[in-house]
Structures are given as structure tokens and as C-alpha cells.
Design a protein around this ligand. Structure first.
Ligand code: AMP
Length: 431
């Protein structure tokens, strides 16, 4: 029977990050760690699989994520699991599970890793993508934390040399003022039913705030005259929002109020925000606004989980988007320094001695390259050249026998022989 051909393509909507691209990802991860350290966020890692109901309850049934985008699976034991579509619900779960409310509050944590959403793959949208996020959970319900989360994300983007960043900020109120506003919004949209898209007609019933972030051309026109939430904030939410803006002003954050940022997930209240950058399109002319990430306050999430009410705020950035902007703007990211020294071995005895010599170098803090699988001197010299080595160390049968080694200057070709036991100290002196 003929064997079926294996499909050698990565699964739809997923992508490999090849060795040649890793320097960008390493740089992004390094800056995430540095920003976290600067602003005292500790790392948290949660599993990639979680229970399905965590997101159904946390993110909300009437959201795109839960309705259409979750990768779900059922275990042999019948448990319903999901590949995590976002980080916040899982972090709240860990906070509850491990009693993290008993350590110093607020808890400031950050995360970075893969997330999964069953979306239609298109430019900048994947089914497996990466996010980094900063969260501040517990403690006081203070607007300063909203701004600290914005600041950490902004500093991360700046440290990666992304330009023209703006933070679009809005307040979506609380349990007191939002229902009143929703009624107003709905009565406006009811009069426009015929002018809006099919999705928005559905949203009127299950998630009216999402009417405001529809990108359909017809709906864009309708929403321009829609009532906006900040006109209807209650006194407490109004004060909270005012303070957020004052702190943002004080820090000179590049923010602007955008009444159409609503985020759409059930757990958000009060401050919501999104990060944008302006880039030119492929033809290099038109400036496009690209969403890099977003977040907001989620004071109700713990109540939704049946826990004591706990103030919290957080935001996440999409790392593929950041990597793509870095590539398209040709932002200069230093590539890892290559090793300056290359070891060449000829013959089996030299190979054996060479292996332990590499370890002696590693122990003394010098990394050296080699290509010991190759046999000829010529092939190994070529490899040393390709690697950009400054010095080559050549160990042949004769050298092993005499306990010596040749140091070759790769540029001039000048060679000298020294005692093997002195080579580590000599190289340390030279590089
Ligand atoms: P969200 O919380 O859905 O607004 O996602 C935050 C950020 O993550 C977005 O602004 C994107 O940069 C990124 N992101 C979300 N979904 C995807 C996806 N399917 N593929 C790539 N990046 C994504």
C-alpha cells in the first residue's frame, strides 16, 4: 500500500521562528525582562491549557474569543480544556489558587508566551501568536496603577525603538453608570437598525458596547454620532478617569481619548486602552494605524469567578506585530556577537583532546566555535572564516604528541606554536 505523503507545512495560522529571526525575539524578550525589572513586575508562567469554563466565565460568552476563537479539546477523561486565548483570566485563576492575595499587595506580575485563537489567518493575525503582558492585582483601587500598566507597555515599545506610538484611552464606566449608558446607546442604534451590518444587529442584543468598535464602513458612519460613555460616567468613575488622565499628563504619555475603544471582554470596567503605531503601507505612502496591544481595568473579574472583589488592571502587547514592525522599519538590532576563536582539529587523537580543550575554554568564560565533524584542515578553515573568527587554534597529531597548539591569525595567516597548557591564558589575554 502506498504511503500517504506527510504534509510538511506548519499548521494553518501557525509559524516557525527560524534561527535567522531569533535575534529579534531574543531582543524583545530581553527588553520585556528589563522593563519588568525596572518597574518591579515579577514573572509568572501559567500552563498553556486551562479549563474551558475559566474563559467562558472570565472573558464572557458573548465575545468573539469565546464565541468563535477558542481551540477546545476534550481529554480521554471527558474534561473540557482550551488552549489559552489570553492571559488575564489564567493569571486571576493562579492568584486565587495560590492565595496570592496574602503576599504584598498589589501583586505586580508579567508574562510572555504563546496564545491561541481560532481566527481567519491574515496579515498580522495568527492562530498561535505571542503576547507579553503586565498586570497589577489587588491593593488599592487607585488610578495610578492604570497608568503604571500603560507606562510599562509604552516603555517596552520605546526600548524596541518603535516610533509614533499613541495610547487610545477611554472609560467604560461601572455597574452603576454603564447600564444607563447602554440604554442610551441601544435606543440610538435601534433607530439605525437598517444602516448597520448584520454582526452589529446581533451585537445589539448580546454585547452592545462592541457596536462601537465595528470596522464596517456603514457602521463607522453610524457610530460617529452615537452617544459616548464618558458623557455618562457616574461621579466615582468620572473622578477615576480624570485622575488617570492627570497622571498620564504628568508623565507626558502620548495618549488621546478615544470613545470607540471598548475592548469587548466582559471583565473590563472603567479605564480601557489600546496601543497603536503608525506605519507606512507596502508602497511606502499611506500611513496605517496598527494595533499593538491593549488592556484595562478588570475589577469585576474576581467577582465573576465567585471571589471577593479585587481591583486589578493589566494589558498585553502582541509580539508578532512588534517583530513585524521592527522588520519593516529595519530597526537596527545588534546580532549576537560571534565567537572570535575557532578550534580546528585534525585526526582522531586531536579530536579527543580538542573536546576537552573546548570545555577548558568554557570553564574559563571564553566561548569558542568548532566544526569537529569536518575532517580536513581546508574545510575547517573555511568554516572559521564563515564564522568571522579572528583567531584559529590548530591541533594536529603532531601537536597533540608534543602537547602544543598552533595559533593562526585569520587575517594575516601568520602562525605561531605555543604549549597547550598555556593556550587558555594566552587567548584570554588576546580576546
Ligand atoms: P487583544 O487583547 O485581543 O486586543 O490583543 C492584544 C494584541 O495582541 C493585539 O493588539 C495584537 O497585537 C495581538 N494579537 C491578538 N490576536 C492576535 C492574533 N490572532 N495574531 C497575532 N497577534 C494577535
Amino acid at each position: 500500500m502506498a504511503k500517504k505523503n506527510i504534509n510538511f507545512y506548519s499548521v494553518k495560522g501557525t509559524h516557525d521562528i527560524l534561527p535567522s529571526e531569533q535575534y529579534i525575539w531574543e531582543k524583545i524578550r530581553k527588553e520585556i525582562r528589563d522593563v519588568a525589572e525596572t518597574y518591579s513586575f515579577s514573572r509568572i508562567d501559567t500552563p498553556i491549557i486551562e479549563n474551558l469554563d475559566l474563559f467562558q466565565r472570565g472573558v464572557g460568552e458573548a465575545t468573539d474569543i469565546v464565541e468563535k476563537q477558542m481551540f477546545t479539546l476534550t481529554t480521554k477523561g471527558g474534561d473540557k480544556l482550551v488552549l489559552r486565548p489570553e492571559g488575564t483570566s489564567a493569571i486571576a485563576r493562579a492568584y486565587i489558587q495560590h492565595g496570592l492575595s496574602h503576599v504584598g499587595q498589589p501583586l505586580k506580575v508579567y508574562y510572555e508566551g504563546p496564545f491561541f485563537r481560532y481566527e481567519n489567518p491574515q496579515a498580522g493575525r495568527y492562530r498561535q501568536f505571542h503576547q507579553a503582558g503586565f498586570e497589577i492585582i489587588g491593593g488599592e483601587n487607585d488610578p495610578i496603577y492604570d497608568v503604571q500598566v500603560m507606562l510599562a507597555n509604552l516603555r517596552l515599545l520605546e526600548s524596541l525603538k518603535l516610533k509614533n506610538i499613541s495610547i487610545h484611552v477611554n472609560s467604560i464606566g461601572c455597574k452603576t453608570c454603564r447600564p444607563i449608558y447602554k440604554k442610551k446607546l441601544l435606543s440610538y442604534y435601534k433607530s439605525k437598525k437598517k444602516e448597520i451590518c448584520k454582526d452589529c444587529n446581533r451585537r445589539m442584543n448580546d454585547n452592545p458596547l462592541r457596536l462601537l468598535d465595528c470596522k464596517d464602513e456603514k457602521c463607522e458612519v453610524v457610530k460617529k454620532s452615537a452617544p459616548i460613555m464618558i458623557d455618562d460616567l457616574c461621579a466615582t468613575c468620572r473622578r477615576h478617569f480624570k485622575e488617570v488622565l492627570e497622571y498620564a499628563e504628568e508623565l507626558k504619555l502620548p495618549y488621546q481619548i478615544n470613545p470607540f475603544v471598548v475592548r469587548g471582554l466582559d471583565y473590563y470596567n472603567r479605564t480601557v486602552f489600546e496601543f497603536f503605531t503608525e506605519i507606512n503601507n507596502a508602497e511606502g505612502e499611506k500611513s496605517l494605524s496598527l494595533a499593538l496591544g491593549g488592556g484595562g481595568r478588570y475589577d469585576y473579574l474576581f467577582e465573576i469567578f465567585g471571589q471577593r472583589s479585587t481591583p486589578a488592571v493589566g494589558a498585553a502587547l502582541g509580539l508578532e506585530r512588534i517583530a513585524e514592525v521592527i522588520k519593516s522599519l529595519k530597526i537596527n538590532i545588534p546580532v549576537r556577537q560571534k565567537n572570535k576563536v575557532f578550534l580546528i582539529v585534525i585526526g582522531i587523537e586531536a579530536k579527543k583532546r580538542g573536546m576537552s580543550l573546548v570545555e577548558e575554554f568554557v570553564k574559563s568564560g571564553i566561548n569558542i566555535s568548532e566544526s569537529m565533524g569536518k575532517n580536513s584542515l581546508g574545510a575547517q578553515l573555511k568554516a572559521a572564516d564563515k564564522e568571522g573568527a579572528v583567531l584559529a587554534l590548530i591541533l594536529g597529531q603532531k601537536e597533540v604528541f608534543k602537547e602544543s597548539i598552533i595559533i593562526r591569525d585569520m587575517k594575516t595567516g601568520v602562525q605561531e606554536t605555543i604549549l597547550l597548557k598555556k593556550v587558555v591564558a594566552e587567548i584570554k589575554r588576546r580576546v
